[in-house]
Design a protein around this ligand. Sequence first.
Ligand code: BES
Ligand code: ZN
Ligand code: ZN
Length: 493
Amino acid sequence: MSVSRYLLVRDYRNVKSDALAILLFKGESPKRLYADVDEGLRGLLSRVVELGDFKGDINEVLTLYNTDLPYPRIIMVGGGDVKEASYETLRVFGGHAVSRARSLGISKVSIALRVLGDPAKSLRAIAEGAILANYTFSKYKKDVKLVKEIEIVGKEEVPNWESIVNEVNIVGEAYKLSRDLANSPPEDVNPDTFENYVRDVLKDLPVNIKVLSKEEIVKEGLNGILAVGKGSVRGPKLLIMEYRGGSGPWYAVVGKGVCFDAGGLNLKRDKWIAEMKFDKSGAASVVGIIYAAAKLKLPINLVGLVPLVENLPSGSSYKPGDIIKMYNGLTVEVVNTDAEGRLILADAIAYAIKNYKPEVVIDLATLTGAIVVALGNQAAGLFTNDESLAKELEKAAEESGERVWRLPLWKEYFEDIKSEVADIKNLGVVGAAGAQAGAAFLAKFAEEAKWAHLDIASTAWTQEEGPKKPYYPKGATGFGIRLVLTYLKSKVK
Ligand code: BES
Ligand code: ZN
Ligand code: ZN
């Protein structure tokens, strides 16, 4: 299912496959780049373009058939305006190639390398798009259509293609395990089984796993995690994954692990509740990040912290009106039990800072519906207390294609979460700046540490409506894995 290789060819007529995928920008004639294919098709390729039946628009895909070439299909993929092209265009190209091959049910697809700028980066982008598109949640389905072999072919030397292909395949595995976790039904992956799953996927890697049970959570005073977990028969947990790959300071990644968010006593309505198995997406991305970092042997010390709970209504649930004394000593008035993510993350962030003294803490969380309203599915919200971290994460976002958009943490937003009966409350002004209220709450627990919060409620799974990327199949996306890995790699260079 992985990318098998990069194959240098002189003539595209020699490729042996079930399909060859090529990229054409708007107004581009196939005669220059794909003259050999066009000849093999007796001019059909250029004819289709001349007739205007293939315009090269972004997201345009057309399959041609032939009897003369050693592959019976050509998958033409449009790239849009070449002046607007980026590595992301190549990622989308790789995604369309595989996604069309999958729907045709074919087993091998060869994708023609198109170089934009740097050949190595171009190869990587196409391979990333291809591997990320070759996924479906298959645990409960028999007839899944996946491509068995993806090969990239091209006429340009790409030095070190082996290491690029190897790295992309590892990242592909990280997305698969992360998407599988987030897509799994809530009864399947709950605070107990999440741990087993993680132990299994990390078993051959140099990652030290620690789990704080409910009793230890009580003993440590992680009362935010404890409170949210109270309504479930399954106790809360704090899962800690340590990867020691370097000699410098720790970097910490924290992921929201609400295995199901019913809202607690502030029960959600059916439109939202149906999707809330995805509320463990941040946690799933953190597992993916740890997996990839360890398997790629990144020379860095990285700790992943994942508070795991189920937010359910029951006789033992925490209640609106409760006041919680958090791990760092702050008191929190619970106004709405559905704003649970910030409570468990706050404790996990404070725990990470106290016990690991990390250089940087990044949290990933499906924290607010407000971020979906603000950004649609086009970007995750970025909040941080550090200007250079903002720049570095924005750069990593640009490079990885996992977009972020920075939102402010002005002091006025901290006014919104002041409480009359406790230090702060878990809700801001209803209907106003909801994502900022969540972020401001977390900032109180990051205190002086360099910290960034990624509100991924907008990007963690594909919504029914709106434009879709071909490399994000339906359901969980795994968003954040490449973003954070790109950032971490920039820190060790
Ligand atoms: N898990 C939700 C956030 C969410 C909502 C993610 C919709 C994706 C789609 C979170 O725990 C939540 O319920 N947030 C509330 C906060 C509110 C009560 C302040 C929300 O956003 O409505
Ligand atoms: Zn909630
Ligand atoms: Zn939630």
